[in-house]
Ligand binder design. Structure first.
Ligand code: FDA
Length: 403
């Protein structure tokens, strides 16, 4: 005996919970299935435990500026129809206190659990049935009946509409799987090769040894990668780690970085370091490292000057060429990362279901009626700072209106 619903949503994360709630509130009988023990684990650990649930700087007229994908315009329709203001209104309705931190990023004052409770309350309002934990063993489409039939650990279930909201591969230890892309492949839909994004970068070997001692040092930088129109630049904080570099600057640029290519770092953005060192050489007898420490943290100044014996002296005795090289490294340090820390440390997966396979209005597969993909399973990747949750809410909303 098979239970029957109007729609089945697989994945009780940000997008799945929101979609199920909205569809349920429209009067549909909705089943939400997740294989994990705990609901929405990623929301719980997000934003350092305070869930950066949206971003106020998202421009409703040009939202694609903060998103990456093979078709950057795909996300516009959903993001324009469900905006950060809409989600803020919902957060306010649930009495959740929040604050703005940095560059439009909105966080809960209290624990992230508040956002999970909001979503569960919205699901309860929509009479959503949730099976969790429950593994989905197979998905089949009966074309004659126009119904999706699922074998699950709790028996067979069917519906004319199936929403895949199983997210990406980041943090496999809390239940991330490639389920969404396997379903896409089963129905003949293309996928853009997934890769870890918003992820720390690693640098190896002897060349990195002098900088490993800087682990723990954080400072504001300008970081860029790519050339011409594809060049991306972020002004954010950088963090040295034992294995490489992290912090918001690196997480942001990692999404745009192509393996084998260089990053360029400016440790004193807005400062003409060459001019400042030349001036100091004229007027000062301080050691080079001490002069440099007026521009960058002293640990960095020591590491940079420590490599060149010609800089281990008062600045007025240093050679012009050594100072010019030092200025170049401070303002335009070019380095090629060895790789990334991978899905274990990534915040999101870039790539996913090819947006050319989906309607930007409804997120339904063009060639497979009744099959929808939302949230991180889709090839839409947001910047750090609440943009990925906003995509989860907006894509879920667009889909739920179409069910
Ligand atoms: P999500 O991953 O939330 O949910 C997928 C669900 O599907 C999970 O519940 C999973 O168990 C389930 N599932 C997977 N495979 C399944 C299967 N085979 N069968 C059944 N169920 C299955 N973003 C942001 O905007 N602000 C922030 O503060 C943060 N912070 C942050 C911190 C950390 C550490 C990480 C890893 C990520 C973030 N993010 C973030 C990113 C954000 O968490 C992410 O973009 C959204 O959770 C994506 O929502 P989805 O619903 O698409 O997937």
């Amino acid at each position: 005996m098979s239970s029957s619903f109007d729609a089945i949503v697989i994945g009780a994360g940000a997008a799945g919970l929101f979609c199920a709630a909205q569809a349920g509130q429209r009067g549909l009988r909705v089943l939400l299935i997740d294989h994990a023990e705990r609901v929405a684990e990623k929301i719980r650990i997000s934003g350092g435990g305070r869930c950066n649930f949206t971003n106020r700087e998202l421009d409703p007229r040009a939202p694609q500026r903060h998103y990456l994908g093979e078709n950057p315009h795909f996300c516009r329709s959903a993001l324009a129809r469900y905006t950060p203001a809409d989600f803020i209104a919902l957060v306010d309705l649930h009495g959740i206190a929040w604050h703005e931190k940095h560059k439009g990023q909105l966080f809960c004052d209290g624990p992230s659990q508040q956002i999970i409770d909001l979503l569960l309350a919205e699901c309860a309002d929509g009479h959503v049935e949730r099976w969790q934990p429950c593994a989905v063993q197979s998905v089949a489409f009966d074309a004659d009946a126009g119904r999706y039939r699922l074998q699950t650990a709790r028996g067979q279930v069917e519906a004319p509409q199936l929403v895949i909201a199983t997210g990406g591969l980041a943090i496999p230890q809390i239940g991330a799987t490639d389920f969404g892309w396997r379903i896409a492949a089963q129905f003949g839909l293309k996928t853009i090769a997934p890769r870890p994004a918003l992820v720390p970068l690693t640098f190896g070997g002897q060349a990195w040894a002098p900088y490993a001692q800087l682990a723990g040092l954080a400072l504001p930088v300008a970081i860029s990668t790519g050339t011409g129109k594809a060049r991306m630049r972020f002004d954010e904080d950088l963090l040295f780690t034992h294995r490489g570099l992290s912090g918001p600057a690196i997480l942001q640029i990692s999404t745009y970085w192509q393996p084998g290519t260089a990053l360029t770092l400016d440790f004193a953005p807005g400062t003409d370091v060459q001019a400042r060192l030349t001036e100091a050489k004229r007027d000062s007898r301080k050691r080079v490292a001490n002069e440099l420490a007026t521009l960058v943290p002293s640990r960095l100044a020591d590491a940079w000057t420590g490599e060149d014996p010609g800089l281990q002296r008062p600045i007025n005795e240093a050679a012009d060429k050594s100072l010019a090289q030092l200025a170049e490294r401070i303002s335009r340090w070019s380095l090629v990362p060895e790789g990334t820390e991978g899905y274990k440390k990534a915040e999101v997966t870039a790539g996913g279901v090819d947006t050319r396979e989906l309607s930007s209005q409804t997120l339904e597969a063009a060639r497979q009626p009744g099959l929808f993909f939302i949230g991180e399973t889709v090839d839409v990747t947001g910047w750090l700072g609440g943009y990925n949750f906003q995509w989860a809410w907006a894509s879920a909303h667009a889909c739920a209106q179409a069910l």
